[in-house]
Design a binder for this molecule. Structure first.
Ligand code: HEM
Length: 287
């Protein structure tokens, strides 16, 4: 009686923009990592958090951030993502009101925009779960396989062929690390800038098996510095996939538009939104 209701902090657009700005600042400061940016590994964290989704059972997806826990943190596919999770810890400490699950996705959104990609509309609303919600191993794609496996994995999440090819364009970013996946090298010459170069290179370069002790991967014949995984080759081996590769290789604007739409879908798989959920479009650090 008379006691004030406890004030619940309701974050608004400006609060999420502050988190975005903090991540963008740390990305700029920590240019010692890899090719000069944590951006690619942050995108990969957001994708692996989301890509465990199974539409039949409604399990997995970005809601939960269960990769904080073993066994999921130890799944082979997630090797190296500890670097991305650790990078975001100081952000979580500064903004303790944001869930890890929302933060990891915001990390992906910020990285894509800061690496000159399209705007990625963002909706918060994810809640962290405990280790009982960890997904079984084997839900993420196996890079040594071809079109059939790629379809099995992404159809399970609810994507169609065009959407699968649009998502794969993220491989313009980052690289493979022998200590993580066994594979080695970047897909493009500018792995910290998002472009449609992945598709251009798939179609425009000559690809040959790399002769080495590691797992079977392709190298470009001309410079031998770029790579493709067997699963990347699926997109030009398969006629249906290849049509979409050609579309995106020909027009970066079309790629950006479709990539933004499909990554929003990926990041929102299994998130229990209500009708009131708001969508935010963040300002880039240079705007
Ligand atoms: C990196 C496989 C789809 C984003 C990698 C790596 C592998 C891989 C083996 C190297 C990891 C390492 O050694 O550090 C695959 C396969 C896919 C797929 C088989 C599907 C057929 C995707 C999708 C996205 C994505 C859908 C995002 C939308 C990335 C990024 C990196 C990466 C940004 C670079 C990470 C870094 O530089 O640390 N992927 N991936 N991948 N993947 Fe994928």
């Amino acid at each position: 009686y008379g006691a004030a209701e406890p004030k619940v902090f309701k974050p608004e657009f400006k609060d999420y923009q502050a988190v975005y700005n903090e991540i963008a600042k740390l990305l700029q400061e920590h240019d010692e990592y890899d090719d000069g940016s944590y951006g690619p590994v942050l995108v990969r964290l957001a994708w692996h958090a989301s890509g465990t989704y199974d539409k039949e059972s409604g399990t997995g997806g970005s809601n939960g951030a269960t990769m904080r826990f073993a066994p999921e943190s130890q799944h082979g596919a997630n090797a190296g993502l500890i670097n991305a999770r650790n990078f975001l810890e100081p952000v979580k400490a500064k903004f303790p009101w944001i869930s890890y699950s929302d933060l990891w996705i915001l990390g992906g959104v910020c990285s894509i925009q800061e690496m000159m990609g399209p705007k990625i509309p963002y909706r918060p609303g994810r809640a962290d779960r405990d280790m009982s919600s960890c997904t079984p191993d084997g839900r993420l794609p196996d890079a040594s396989q071809g079109p059939r496996h790629v379809r099995d994995i992404f159809y399970r999440m609810g994507f169609n062929d065009q959407e699968i090819v649009a998502l794969a364009g993220a491989h313009a970013l980052g690289r493979c690390h022998t200590q993580n996946s066994g594979f080695d090298g970047p897909w493009t010459f500018s792995p910290t800038v998002l472009t449609n170069d992945y598709y251009k290179l798939l179609l425009g370069s000559k690809w040959q098996w790399r002769k080495w002790d590691g797992p079977k991967q392709y190298e470009d014949k001309e410079t031998k510095t770029l790579m493709m995984l067997p699963a990347d080759m699926a997109f030009i081996e398969d006629k249906e996939f290849k049509k979409t590769v050609e579309k995106y290789a020909a027009d970066n604007d079309v790629f950006f538009k479709d990539f933004s739409a499909v990554i929003v879908k990926l990041f929102e798989l299994g998130v229990p939104y209500t009708e009131k959920s708001e969508t935010f479009v963040f300002k880039n650090s240079d705007e």
